[in-house]
Design a protein around this ligand. Structure first.
Ligand code: AMP
Length: 190
């Protein structure tokens, strides 16, 4: 099953994607994490991406789609994957759909995690990532509203979206996601 974790910055996509990927035994692909490790390693990709990340802006599609689709090309993704932080605009959603169609597969399920804005901001400030300052957080929400939230309607139009309340402790939210996926995928009730 190909799963996309979707939602606003700070909603817990990364945390939930990691736990779910482990439980399902499929790769967790986070474009943000790929960029951060390229930054840490001083790679040209990181230097380019950092210019946008530091300001809370989207890294250009050309770069982002290439790294996302390269990751999906790995043999480990053949039995499914959890995507976190991609796609983030309509162009990326279309590129993903085209790439999956070319592979004879498709987006299986979009899990849309939600939480109130004040809780999102509080979580991000606690997380304390370099791009979690107040100014940058504000920009990231603006970018989410303008560019990323339309992706939800794109997926809703093709009937993929399940909305999950992201408020609660990590295990509680995880179990909600598993319950929503049951019926779509075999999840061991470990
Ligand atoms: P994240 O870890 O998902 O919050 O991503 C951190 C930053 O990486 C974002 O604020 C963007 O600058 C960049 N980034 C991650 N994923 C994407 C994407 N799909 N499109 C464009 N930029 C991205």
């Amino acid at each position: 099953m190909n799963i996309i974790l979707f939602g606003a910055p700070g909603v817990g996509k990364g945390t939930q994607a990691a736990i779910l990927a482990e439980r399902l035994g499929v790769p967790h692909i986070s474009t943000g994490a790929i960029f951060r490790s390229a930054v840490a390693a001083g790679k040209p990709l990181g230097l380019e991406a950092k210019r946008y990340m530091d300001d809370g802006l989207l890294v250009p599609d050309e770069l982002t789609t290439r790294i996302a689709l390269d990751a999906l090309d790995e043999p480990a993704c053949a039995n499914g994957f959890i995507l976190d932080g991609y796609p983030r605009n309509i162009g990326q959603a279309e590129a993903l759909a085209a790439a999956l169609t070319a592979k004879g597969t498709s987006v299986g399920k979009v899990i849309y995690l939600t939480a109130p804005l004040d809780e999102l901001v509080e979580r991000m400030l606690k997380r304390g990532r370099v791009d979690d300052t107040e100014d940058v957080i504000r920009t990231r929400f603006e970018v989410y509203d303008a560019e990323t939230s339309p992706v939800l309607n794109y997926f809703r139009a093709i009937d993929h979206v399940t909305e999950i309340n992201g408020v609660g402790d990590v295990d509680e939210v995880h179990e909600r996601i598993v319950a929503a996926l049951n019926g779509s995928v075999q999840v061991d009730n470990a």
